[in-house]
Design a protein. Sequence first.
Length: 169
Amino acid sequence: MQLPNSAVLELTYRCNHKCLFCSCPWDAKDSTYPRGRELSFGQWKKAIDRLYSLGVKSFSLSGGEALLKDCMPQIVEYIHSENIRRNITYPIVLISNGLAMTEDFLDLFQKNNVHLSMSLPGYKTFAKLTGTDNADGVLHWFRRAKERGMKTTCNVTVTALNYHELFET
């Protein structure tokens, strides 16, 4: 059995946003999607090793909000060290809403070949779409990452509420 080249690891159910467009099945209205127990770092290591053995070479980390997972830094460091050992050059992608971002996280990401991907669904409609007033915070962290020479991606989920500002975003 061989899997696709890349996998997205949803590290945690926890999130510090309440996005109207959330794609997490466990948070969908009237969801019956079962919530299991979150994996420990040791369990994530086993899962990552198994994914490597099945042909996965590229990992994206998400959630919920990946920055809220207590062992996320260890997971990043483990994947990075395995990528070096296996001579894999793909960056790790970390998908975040940016609310819990810190300089320490940027340090971690810069040292471990992490491509930072943050959500900015709209500037004027940000609070309405996410339940959090943090558009300026996301822009701050994009600016800080750029100053460090880091690669980033801006995720824009387009809805009827923010379509009018898509060009500006």
